[in-house]
Ligand binder design. Structure first.
Ligand SMILES: Cc1cc2nc3c(=O)[nH]c(=O)nc-3n(C[C@H](O)[C@H](O)[C@H](O)COP(=O)(O)O)c2cc1C
Length: 310
C-alpha cells in the first residue's frame, strides 16, 4: 500500500518535501499544494516549486485546482510543457475563497466537471491523472453524481477524504460512505483523513485491503516518522521520534536561515511547521513555540522539548 504525503498549503513546499525525504523514509508520492491560474498562467513561484532540482530524491505530483475548462486546460498545458507526466486534480478543497469561485469541493458533485476531467484524460494520454475529492459541499451524497463519470475515465487513482466541505477538517469522517465509494469506484482508491498513528493505518488496511494507498497530511506533519513506522510495521518509541523530529526541524530552520532575511520572516515561516505536533512534543513547548515572538524565544521554546516526553 502506497503512502501519499498530502498537499498542505504553507507546509509541504519543495524544501519541506525534500528535507522530509532526506531525514526519513520518503513517502511514495508527495503532492504540491494546489496550483491555480492567476491572470492566465500559473504563478512562477508555483512553477519553481516543481522543478526537478528542487525535488531531488522524491516522487512529486503537481496538483491543480480549477473552475472550468478555461482554467483546467491551460494549467494542464503549462505543467505538461514543464515536463509533468502526472497531475492530480483537486475537487475537494473546502477553503471558502476557492469554493465561492466554483473550485475545489464546489465541484465534488458537479457532473460537468467530471466530464471535463474525463475529456482531459482522454486528450492527454501521455499524462497520468488522479483526482482528490470530498463527499460534497454540504450534502454527503453529492459524489454519487460524479463517480460513475470518473469510472469511465482512466485515472491512476481517486483520493477520497470522506467529509463534506462544510465540516472543513473537523467532525467525523464518514467511513460508511467511504466504504460505498471504495466498492463502487472502478479506479484505484486512496483513503485520506485523520490517520495519525501506524495503528490507524493498520486498521484501515485490514478493513479495505484493496486500497491503492493512504494519503496523510496533518498526521505526517505532526509525526513525520510515520513513513518509516508504517513501512517497518512497528511504531518507533517516543524518544526516537522526537529526536528525529528535532533534527528534521533543525534542517528546515537551516535551510530557511540561508534564504530568508530577518527574524520576522524566518519565524513566520518555521513556527507553523510545529502546528500539528502538540501531541508529539507536549503542550508546554508547543504553546511556547506558538507564542515565540523572536528567534531567541523560538530557540528556548524548542529547547523545552524533551525526547523522554517529560
Ligand atoms: C492548512 C491546510 C492546507 C491544505 N492545502 C491543501 C491543498 O493545497 N490541496 C489539497 O488537495 N488539500 C489540501 N489540504 C487538505 C489535505 O491535503 C488533507 O486532505 C486534509 O488535511 C485531510 O487529511 P489529514 O487528516 O491526513 O490531514 C490542506 C489542509 C490543510 C489543513
Amino acid at each position: 500500500m502506497n503512502i501519499h504525503f498530502a498537499p498542505v498549503q504553507g507546509h509541504t513546499d519543495a524544501p519541506y518535501r525534500r528535507i522530509h525525504a532526506e531525514c526519513y523514509r520518503p513517502a511514495d508520492t508527495y503532492y504540491t499544494p494546489f496550483i491555480r491560474l492567476e491572470r492566465g498562467a500559473p504563478r512562477s513561484r508555483d512553477m519553481r516549486d516543481i522543478l526537478p532540482e528542487a525535488n531531488t530524491g522524491l516522487h512529486l505530483v503537481p496538483q491543480v485546482i480549477f473552475r472550468d475548462a478555461d482554467e483546467l486546460l491551460p494549467l494542464v498545458e503549462a505543467l505538461s510543457e514543464a515536463g509533468a507526466r502526472e497531475i492530480d486534480i483537486n475537487m475537494g478543497c473546502p477553503f471558502p475563497l476557492q469554493t465561492a469561485r466554483g473550485r475545489g469541493a464546489a465541484l465534488a458533485g458537479n457532473a460537468d466537471a467530471a466530464r471535463l476531467v474525463r475529456r482531459v484524460t482522454e486528450g492527454n494520454p501521455e499524462i497520468s491523472f488522479s483526482v482528490k475529492m470530498r463527499l460534497g459541499m454540504s450534502d454527503p451524497d453529492e459524489w454519487r453524481r460524479v463517480l460513475p463519470i470518473l469510472n469511465d475515465a482512466s485515472l491512476h487513482h481517486v483520493t477520497l477524504h470522506p467529509r463534506v466541505a462544510r465540516q472543513q477538517y473537523g467532525g467525523e469522517v464518514d467511513m460508511e460512505r467511504f466504504g460505498e465509494f471504495y466498492s463502487m469506484s472502478e479506479n484505484p482508491v486512496v483513503y485520506n483523513g485523520d490517520l495519525l498513528t501506524p495503528e490507524d493505518v493498520a486498521r484501515l488496511a485490514g478493513e479495505f485491503p484493496d486500497l491503492e494507498g493512504i494519503m496523510i497530511g496533518r498526521g505526517l506533519l505532526g509525526r513525520p516518522s510515520l513513513t518509516d513506522e508504517i513501512a517497518e510495521g512497528s511504531p518507533w518509541e517516543h524518544g526516537r521520534r522526537v529526536k528525529a523530529m528535532l533534527g528534521f526541524h533543525r534542517r528546515l530552520l537551516n535551510h530557511y536561515e540561508d534564504i530568508l532575511c530577518g527574524d520576522a520572516q524566518l519565524i513566520s515561516k518555521i513556527q507553523p511547521f510545529w502546528e500539528y505536533a502538540e501531541e508529539e512534543i507536549g503542550r508546554k513547548p508547543w504553546k511556547a513555540i506558538k507564542k515565540a515572538g523572536n528567534m531567541a524565544k523560538y530557540h528556548s521554546a524548542v529547547a523545552m522539548i524533551s525526547p523522554s516526553g517529560d
